[in-house]
Design a binder for this molecule. Sequence first.
Ligand SMILES: [Zn+2]
Length: 464
Amino acid sequence: MKRILRRSTLILILAIAFIGGLGFFSVELIMNAGDWANQPYNAHISGNGGLEQAGAIYDRYGAPLAQTVDGNRVYNENSSIRNSLLHTVGDNSLNISTAVQSKYRSQLTGYNLIWGLNMPQSLRASHDITLTVDADTCAAAYDVLASYGKKGACVVYNYKTGEVICSVSTPGYDPQDPPDITPENESEYDGVYLDNVLSSSYIPGSIFKLVTAAAAIENIPDIYDRTWECYGSEEIGGSDITCVESHGTINFEEAMAHSCNIVFAELAVELGSEKMTATAEKMGINATFVVDDVNTAKGHYDVSKADTNQLAWSGVGQYNDAVNPIQMAIICGAIANGGKSTAPTYIKSGTGDLMKLIGLNKGDSKQLLNPDTAQKLNDIMRYTITDYYGDDLFGNLSVCAKTGTGEVGEDHKPNAWMVGYSQDQDCPLAFACVVEDAGFGFEYAGPVAQAAMKQAAESLRTKG
Ligand SMILES: [Zn+2]
């Protein structure tokens, strides 16, 4: 009798464990099946990265960026457009994790628990996605950026609506003909799967003077009444801070327009690590921004262990400073927008559940700067263009900008940067462009920014 009781108890325990396990698996299946089916390692099941039943992806004006024709995934026929949008759209390999085809594969393929990936065509709703990007602007920016043969990124977004108009990253490859990357040849393809707009951060050089200038505007009451002397080099904290040239007697606005290192190094030391850090934090340098459901790479400002000379260098965007391209576009957009940032998005329209997913962060805005500080930064960034670079750089757009040349070290040329925005009501566009291992900011990043902004304005003004 005892033995029977023991056996029944054992069977009962096993039965409970079985039912429990079944229940657990069922819940997991319902919750995660879409993700499991859409994992890149399942892509072989149906070839074409499992995308042969996927909906089409269009740019903001309806140009097809990726679509399925006779069971094959076909990308835009124009090679500049195709290459420029690799990191935004993705390719069949699904190796670019932040691209739409990887991130939103369930939505594109219309995965469903009952039919799996094989829902009959007759039952399919439309699974197309329309992006906010303008293919022509992406191609224009990409052609200039790719001509350098360097790593880099360029992003342009509407700081009122959050719509990303242009997003390009190099190096890349043709999504219609993805390379077969093996351990033997992988060094040739270093960084191709990374979207540098979202996922990289770089030494900023002088574009970081926007942060130092904001700290100075808010903490030094007579900042506009002062002048400094620049002799091209000055000892601060035991070592020299060098400038691009000997600027002589210079005021605050001129120091920004001519990008004088001596003035901004002195300002960082006068402000001290606490005020510099507080301003960098408030502007979001050490934070991640959420773009759709991707967290952007954080920048870096940490002077907690810096000596006086290092604090001085941190004020001109050297030392261990780093910033991310879309983060800089967001900050520039906030300067244009009374200090308030607008969360960028790449998705204009799509299926209901996709829009629900994206909608989580839609309209996310932060007050990155006081309105008065934003206005003053606006004025000196505008002065930088009108006084120094000339106002015809961007066609008939009224642009405010700052360039940067981030020194990386002896083995590499500097990172070239240009960031800014247009003030025009019909083209409220902020931009950030960077070219790694290049040279002077204006010389390399300038032409990329010009190509992107001019085409973005033309497209917006002619097609809306
Ligand atoms: Zn100087």
